[in-house]
Design a protein. Structure first.
Length: 71
């Protein structure tokens, strides 16, 4: 059985590359987030202050996968 992932919201603070962003979580923690494979394939880009839906694993709370914009 695969481990459950954690979904949360974050706000872009800085663009660190074409697929890498520095993101602030609601609790104030700053993490690095990268585009998911489908978003990278469609060349998605986000700008500072965009609110994003993120996926974290229970093993690493310092990096996240970007799933898309928050609604």
């Amino acid at each position: 059985m695969p481990d459950a992932t954690i979904h949360t919201l974050g706000r872009v603070l800085e663009t660190c590359g074409p697929v890498l962003y520095r993101v602030s979580l609601a609790n104030g923690k700053t993490i690095l987030a990268h585009l998911s494979k489908p978003l990278a394939d469609e060349n998605a880009a986000f700008s500072v202050d965009d609110e994003l839906l993120l996926e974290l694993t229970p093993y690493d709370f310092d990096t996240a996968r970007i799933l898309g914009r928050a609604n």
